[in-house]
Every structure is written in structure tokens, then in C-alpha cells.
Design a protein around this ligand. Structure first.
Ligand SMILES: *[C@@H]1O[C@H](CO)[C@@H](O)[C@H](O)[C@H]1NC(C)=O
Ligand SMILES: *[C@@H]1O[C@H](CO)[C@@H](O)[C@H](O)[C@H]1NC(C)=O
Ligand SMILES: *[C@@H]1O[C@H](CO)[C@@H](O)[C@H](O)[C@H]1NC(C)=O
Ligand SMILES: [Ca+2]
Ligand SMILES: [Ca+2]
Length: 220
């Protein structure tokens, strides 16, 4: 499989979204576009399963002074027969950071510059649920001090994030410090539980799925 994020990046239409974003963000609504928001949750699609024959590249760009974009997958559910369905994450300069398909352990992915590419490719048969992730633009307090008129400083790792990401039910500090002290009773708390689903019981012993996690959101 050849990396092509950098090449694709050169033909992107830059159709930046407004910073207010939309209610729910789906990758396949924005193929070929650049999304420029401080952070949000993104799903692969709005329907239960992703489409066949996808090749969808979305650029996430950090606004203003934010120098790093991080992607934190909550769950990934691809039909993993030989990685014909996969997700590529590429760095600002087009370097492949991760290819996500079989046996992929969820972990945080960081850009070296102020944007990151997410590309999802699927073949012509067999689909699954896709992914859910949270992305966050931040900079480190020791590079450029957090400006407390519009920023929040994460305790423990010196991240500065936009105030709008505090108490929004998404872990943007990495240690969830931004969701720790949300005294407003209406604020949802997010906890993530991971469990491993062996699929050897199914017909094909070569089939393995990436680790799956599920968001457990209490009802309001
Ligand atoms: C892209 O950036 C990374 C991290 O800064 C660096 O290690 C890599 O050599 C760069 N690749 C290219 C092709 O410039
Ligand atoms: C799945 O996630 C669990 C909990 O994070 C971890 O202990 C386990 O090693 C992971 N397994 C695989 C195969 O990724
Ligand atoms: C913090 O941001 C405000 C509003 O943009 C600006 O007026 C102020 O100069 C900034 N403070 C520092 C120390 O950069
Ligand atoms: Ca497929
Ligand atoms: Ca948050």
C-alpha cells in the first residue's frame, strides 16, 4: 500500500468550516475538505456502516496559534480481511503516521505541524461501523504561554486548548482535566471502556478486529 496523503494534499480544495462547527461531524461529508476548528468528535459516517469504494481524505487544521493537532480514536471497527479497508493518518508534511486496520491498538496520534490528514479507504465489499475519534488543536504552555482570556491550561501536561473545549464532554487534555470539574449538573461525563473482541469464533480464523471501545454516556 503506497502512502499518498501528501500527493492528495496538493489537490485538496480548501473549504474551511466555520469555527462554530456543526452538531456532529462525519468524515464522509467532508471528503477533500479542510476542517479548521479547535476540536470535535468525528465519526466516519452518519449511517450505521461506512460505504464500499471510499477514498476520502480530510485535512484537520489547527486555528490561530495552535501548533499541534492530536487525534484520539475512541473506537475503530473496520472489516479487516487483509486490511482492504483502512485508515491512514498523515503528518503535516505528508509522512505516514499510522495505518489503522487489523491489530491496531488505539493510541493518541500527534502532528508535528499545524495540520493532520485523515484518509479512509475501503474496497468493494464488506463494511463495518468505521470509527469515532476526538481531535484537538493545542500548543504547549512552555512554547507559547496559555492566554487565559481565551485558553484553558491542562494540568499535568502543559497543554493550552481553547476555552470552548472545556466541559464539552470530549477529552481534549488527554488526561480529561478539561472535563474534570464540570459542576454544571447538565454536563455529560464521558467514560471510555475498552474491550477486546476476538473474532476467531467466526468463520475466518485470519480475521481479527481492532480493539473496540464504547462510549458510555449517562443519560441526562
Ligand atoms: C516530516 O516531519 C517529520 C517530523 O518532523 C520528520 O521526522 C520527517 O523527516 C519529515 N518528512 C519529510 C519527508 O520531510
Ligand atoms: C486491547 O486493549 C486492552 C485495554 O486497553 C489492552 O490491554 C490489550 O492489550 C489490547 N489488545 C490488543 C490486541 O490490541
Ligand atoms: C491574550 O489575548 C487577548 C485577546 O486576544 C489579547 O488582547 C492579549 O494581548 C493576550 N495576552 C497575551 C499575554 O498575549
Ligand atoms: Ca471492505
Ligand atoms: Ca473537552
Amino acid at each position: 500500500m503506497t502512502l499518498n496523503c501528501a500527493y492528495l494534499g496538493t489537490v485538496l480544495l480548501v473549504a474551511a468550516l466555520g469555527s462554530t462547527g456543526e452538531a456532529t461531524l462525519y468524515l464522509d461529508d467532508h471528503c477533500g475538505e479542510t476542517i479548521r476548528v479547535h476540536g470535535d468528535r468525528m465519526y466516519s459516517q452518519s449511517t450505521k456502516n461506512y460505504d464500499n469504494n471510499m477514498d476520502c481524505l480530510v485535512t484537520i487544521q489547527a486555528p490561530y496559534d495552535y501548533q499541534i493537532v492530536t487525534i484520539d480514536f475512541s473506537w475503530v471497527d473496520l472489516f479487516n480481511r487483509g486490511c482492504y479497508d483502512y485508515i491512514e493518518i498523515c503528518d503535516t508534511n505528508g509522512t505516514l503516521l499510522n495505518t489503522i486496520c487489523a491489530n491496531w491498538e488505539p493510541r493518541d496520534i500527534y502532528s508535528s505541524g499545524n495540520f493532520i490528514y485523515i484518509r479512509m479507504v475501503t474496497d468493494d465489499s464488506r463494511v463495518d461501523r468505521g470509527f469515532s475519534l476526538v481531535f484537538t488543536a493545542f500548543h504547549y504552555d512552555y512554547d507559547l504561554a496559555c492566554n487565559d482570556t481565551y485558553e484553558f491550561k491542562c494540568s499535568g501536561n502543559d497543554r493550552c486548548i481553547d476555552d470552548s473545549l472545556v466541559c464539552d464532554d470530549k477529552n481534549n487534555c488527554n488526561n480529561a482535566y478539561d472535563e474534570d470539574d464540570c459542576s454544571d449538573a447538565s454536563t455529560l461525563r464521558l467514560s471510555v471502556v475498552s474491550f477486546w473482541v476476538p473474532l476467531n469464533a467466526l468463520e475466518d480464523t485470519n480475521v481479527e478486529k481492532a480493539n473496540i471501545s464504547v462510549d458510555h454516556r449517562p443519560l441526562v
